[in-house]
Design a protein around this ligand. Structure first.
Ligand SMILES: [Mg+2]
Length: 407
């Protein structure tokens, strides 16, 4: 059956929320992310900043070089998450299924609710109007016969845009002479590969499909399908258990050579991962440690463990991994759980369960990890541990540990 799909995407979301809440920022180049004197990247920027060539994921130093007069701000994820919940609540009213892609972006299956293109147009404009009236923010909306076409459509007239692509032929007409990067899943690396092999536009892919498949295999076959406008993927609601990992990482403002400190940072990360896992009701059967060294070399190390969501286990296992890696200055450290399963699946009995040995209870071990942080740094979480999950609090705490004078 013919699908009718809407893709909604907020315009410069984080920046727009900040401008809405502080009108003095309006019309100015606003850059949300790290500050110029810190390490990090641009999360989002206002359209005024984009005119200077600043964009998402750009290194913050480069953003400052291009736009030294910009206003730089840290993101306020609590606020964006609250706005996002309100947005998705409005959007979901109009769909029989919705797939959240990001805080500010979703696919809506409106096949049943819209019934025809006229109905879809009405829904799209109602969504734009309500988003503006109720939340004071603009979005761009694409209406189309497929997910790829809907996403392409919402990009077409940004900001505050509306565009529709009703047939595969319309989609092909629109993109055939554009760079292959227009196709969903073509990132910088694939684009470079394709360009080198003489595939510059979508037309090139249509003319030499076999070459593309030979070069890129399954991904090539998918891109050729897209080049002909074919994509019958369904809108599938996100389920937490579809996530492959639950992880948390931090970048230090200065490289860290003290592995005792890194071990303490792992305690904080382990509690963050536990918080997230418990919130979505998942446990993992593997842990990972991720490090980026000062020279940007990145490594990950993993271990299989018995099923858990406990910060104690996550910390113990990742700190063992930390002991085994090459000890050089570190720029970024991360900890994660993988091989996830939901809480309804039965927990497998482990050897520890069966052996009946008296081991200290998990609560005691948790407390001793926290006591350690209190002794070494004077940190007292006093029931506020869940705040650590907040991006800013975690970074501030980690920086506090890093600067704490060691005896
Ligand atoms: Mg967006």
């Amino acid at each position: 059956m013919q699908q009718i799909i809407i893709h909604v995407d907020m315009d410069a979301f984080f920046a727009s929320v900040e401008i809405r809440d502080d009108p003095s920022l309006r019309g100015k180049p606003l850059i949300i992310g790290s500050l110029p004197n810190e390490r990090g990247v641009v999360a989002t920027c206002s359209y005024e900043a984009r005119r200077f060539g600043v964009h998402s994921a750009m290194n913050i130093k480069e953003a400052y070089r291009r736009c030294p007069g910009g206003i730089f701000m840290h993101p306020n994820f609590y606020k964006y998450k609250a706005v996002s919940d309100q947005l998705h609540e409005i959007w979901n009213t109009y769909a029989s299924a919705s797939q959240t892609i990001a805080l500010d972006e979703a696919y809506l299956d409106v096949t049943a609710t819209a019934k025809d293109w006229e109905g879809a147009r009405l829904i799209a404009h109602t969504i734009k109007q309500r988003t503006l009236n109720e939340l004071g923010l603009t979005c761009s909306v694409g209406v189309a016969y497929s997910k790829t076409a809907a996403k392409t459509a919402s990009e077409e007239n940004k900001p505050d845009g509306y565009f529709e692509i009703l047939t595969p032929a319309d989609f092909v007409d629109l993109i055939i002479d554009r760079d292959v990067r227009v196709l969903y899943t073509v990132g910088a690396k694939t684009a470079e590969k394709l360009h080198r092999a003489g595939f510059h536009t979508v037309r090139d892919l249509r003319e030499r499909p076999e070459d593309a498949v030979r070069m890129l295999g399954k991904h090539g076959r998918w891109l050729v399908q897209l080049a002909f406008g074919r994509d019958d993927r369904k809108v599938t609601p996100y389920r937490p258990e579809d996530a492959k990992t639950i992880g948390r990482e931090v970048t230090f403002q200065h490289d860290v050579s003290d592995y005792g400190l890194l071990r303490d940072v792992l305690i904080l990360l382990a509690f963050c991962v536990e918080h997230r896992a418990k919130r979505v009701g998942l446990t993992g059967r593997g842990v990972t440690l991720k490090l980026t060294y000062a020279d940007m070399k990145q490594i990950t190390r993993s271990r299989i463990i018995s099923q858990t969501d406990s910060a104690v286990t996550i910390f113990e296992e990742t700190s063992k991994l930390l002991e085994q890696v090459e000890h050089r200055p570190v720029r970024l450290i991360g900890a994660g759980l993988y091989n996830l399963s939901g809480e309804d699946e039965e927990r497998q009995l482990t050897f520890d369960d069966l052996s009946g040995d008296v081991v200290p209870s998990c609560d005691d071990l948790r407390q001793s990890l926290l006591d350690g942080l209190q002794v070494r740094y004077g940190l007292d979480f006093a029931g506020n541990l869940e705040k650590l999950y907040h991006y800013e609090v975690l970074h501030k705490t980690v920086e506090y540990l890093r600067r704490f004078p060691k005896q």
